[in-house]
Design a protein around this ligand. Structure first.
Ligand SMILES: NC(=O)c1ccc[n+]([C@@H]2O[C@H](COP(=O)([O-])OP(=O)(O)OC[C@H]3O[C@@H](n4cnc5c(N)ncnc54)[C@H](OP(=O)(O)O)[C@@H]3O)[C@@H](O)[C@H]2O)c1
Length: 282
């Protein structure tokens, strides 16, 4: 896979993926927006953001179809992440959900396949499904999403649970809860975090503190929000952008260096958690 010079995060296998990727939630919902969404993702690929996150849930498979169009002709340069819905996450359900995703994605393998969040099927069931998919080469890695510290500990207690390649959770200036427990736990076990909703679904773009810092750097508030998450060099970060202008801005956020004064100001406006906090979910 090529990364066009982007910083990378190392997965437990030793494979490297670009730190900055692209999300797709709310893509694939309208035929009218399809071409623009494909163009935005393709521009992101050109700029090195070759990790694309999607899910069977998004637009009931529609987002995976947008991804298929975006990676056409350049599949091997991309790292595709998709997710199984909790209600499908029995052993057999995981396998058939993955097969449906592969068809929509028009590919023979998903690079990283996540359990979207915990549902009623037992975790061992999902793990058995992931193992069968790994064995037949339908997925390269498996991982989880929205797993708190206790969920990770349970996962790690099962044989093969430690092969988990990533935990995708919400992390942004307004949602710093993971700093108190999940981040140290993930680092201890060498399982990298993938940060979703890094600009709080666009809402941080309207924040006054961010606007003031952005003005000093000559960038936008959303870029400051993104740069703040990206400063954690061992986390993958997956903003969603359906316009080419936003894609360019997000790539440029990698070049922003926040000063000590910026970081202190951000800590005052968005204080770090004081103690253990349950995991947020969007
Ligand atoms: N595992 C999970 O449970 C879970 C949950 C939520 C999200 N996710 C994943 O994480 C991805 C990102 O999270 P998200 O979509 O919730 O939120 P986000 O990336 O924080 O924000 C997306 C919103 O911000 C706007 N935006 C993007 N870049 C911008 C920029 N430079 N300036 C101003 N606005 C900008 C987008 O607008 P435009 O689209 O108009 O460009 C969109 O409205 C999702 O797409 C999905 O792949 C996973």
């Amino acid at each position: 896979m090529t990364h066009s010079g982007l910083p990378t995060v190392t997965l437990p296998s030793g494979d490297k993926v670009p730190q900055l990727g692209q999300g797709t939630w709310r893509m694939g919902e309208s035929r009218r927006a399809f071409d623009e969404e494909v163009a935005a993702l393709r521009l992101g690929l050109d700029l090195g953001m070759t990790l694309i996150d999607t899910a069977e849930l998004y637009a009931e498979g529609g987002a995976e179809e947008v991804v298929a169009a975006a990676v056409k002709g350049r599949r091997d340069d991309c790292f595709i992440v998709s997710k199984v819905k909790p209600e499908n996450s029995t052993r057999a359900g995981t396998i058939s959900a993955c097969e449906r995703s592969l068809k929509r994605l028009k590919t023979e393998r998903i690079d990283l396949y996540l359990l979207h969040w915990r549902g009623s099927p037992r975790l061992e069931e999902t793990l058995a499904g992931f193992e069968a998919l790994l064995a037949k080469g339908a997925i390269r890695y498996f991982g989880v999403s929205n797993f708190d510290v206790d969920d990770m500990e349970e996962l790690l207690s099962f044989p093969g649970g430690d092969v988990c390649a990533s935990n995708q959770v919400v992390y942004n200036l307004r949602r710093r809860g993971i700093e108190s427990g999940l981040v140290p736990c993930s680092r201890e076990h060498g399982i990298p975090i993938m940060a979703y909703s890094p600009i709080e679904q666009g809402r941080l773009g309207r924040d006054r503190t961010l606007a003031a810092i952005a003005a000093r750097h000559g960038v936008t508030p959303s870029q400051i929000a993104l740069a703040w998450v990206l400063r954690q060099g061992d986390m993958m970060v997956i903003p969603k952008a359906s316009s080419e202008a936003h894609v360019r801005e997000n790539r440029a956020a990698l070049d922003i260096v926040l000063t000590k004064a910026d970081l202190a100001e951000l800590d005052r406006a968005f204080p770090p958690p004081k103690g253990a906090r349950p995991l947020d979910m969007l």
